[in-house]
Design a protein around this ligand. Sequence first.
Ligand SMILES: C[S@@+](CC[C@H](N)C(=O)[O-])C[C@H]1O[C@@H](n2cnc3c(N)ncnc32)[C@H](O)[C@@H]1O
Ligand SMILES: Nc1nc2[nH]cc(C(=O)O)c2c(=O)[nH]1
Ligand code: SF4
Ligand SMILES: [Mg+2]
Length: 240
Amino acid sequence: MSKLPVIEIFGPTIQGEGAVIGVKTMFVRTYGCDYRCGWCDSAFTWDGSAKDKVRMLAPEEIMDELTALAGDNFDCVTLSGGNPALIGEGMGILIQLLHERGIQAAIETQGSRWQDWFYDVDVLTVSPKPPSSGMKTDWNMLDGIMDKMKAQGRAAHSLKVVVFNDEDYQYAKSIHRRYPGVPLFLQPGNEDVTEEGDISVRLLGKLEWLFNLVIADPEMNKARVLPQLHALIWHNKRGK
Ligand SMILES: C[S@@+](CC[C@H](N)C(=O)[O-])C[C@H]1O[C@@H](n2cnc3c(N)ncnc32)[C@H](O)[C@@H]1O
Ligand SMILES: Nc1nc2[nH]cc(C(=O)O)c2c(=O)[nH]1
Ligand code: SF4
Ligand SMILES: [Mg+2]
């Protein structure tokens, strides 16, 4: 059984976060997460509120849907969730199919689970969760993932930490100290993921706050601070 639980497929859109910000991409969002972040902007992937929208799809069916949606108007697919790293074989096959068609595979995951298909992805974003999320980092697991990617991953891998407060910023620094050679992206937290209308002014205020922390901090000379670009443009809209 290599079907995947899929909650949404959308795009093309613009990757709004991290190492490949600004790149045109499709999104495949899987259902289910082993975490329950208090501020999760995609809680519908795990809180049961959209359970009726989950479809079990074979990798080939996902490929067909991507093509039906966008034709050849994309060459990157971002696999997010939920935690796509909860899925084994099916995800490996999907990545293979994408590569056969010359399409890159990018992954968004929190670093709580390893899958051997991590070796095959093109862009691996690992986003360990700071204290404000309410989650506990499994440091053994995270060390293992970073070690393996360093040793033989083909992916350009990077770390992305969402920062809501000073304690989160200290956590981001501890991540940077622990994995000094890995590109680190800092992203301000969106404190209200249900607010309707234009939230860009609020998000930019938080971005300036985070800019100022990094500007003042000689330990963070190599960190990169980025907004959630899609949230500046499309706010809290889903499927963007
Ligand atoms: C919804 S998660 C899905 C992938 C994976 N579960 C993870 O957390 O990395 C995608 C990205 O959105 C970020 N994110 C979630 N809620 C957020 C919020 N309220 N503000 C800023 N970033 C958020 C996560 O930290 C993660 O980097
Ligand atoms: N445009 C856009 N960029 C993103 N980068 C990471 C996202 C995610 O939810 O994983 C995301 C998303 O949901 N939309
Ligand atoms: S790990 Fe990702 S999807 Fe899971 S609850 Fe946290 S932000 Fe949401
Ligand atoms: Mg998102």
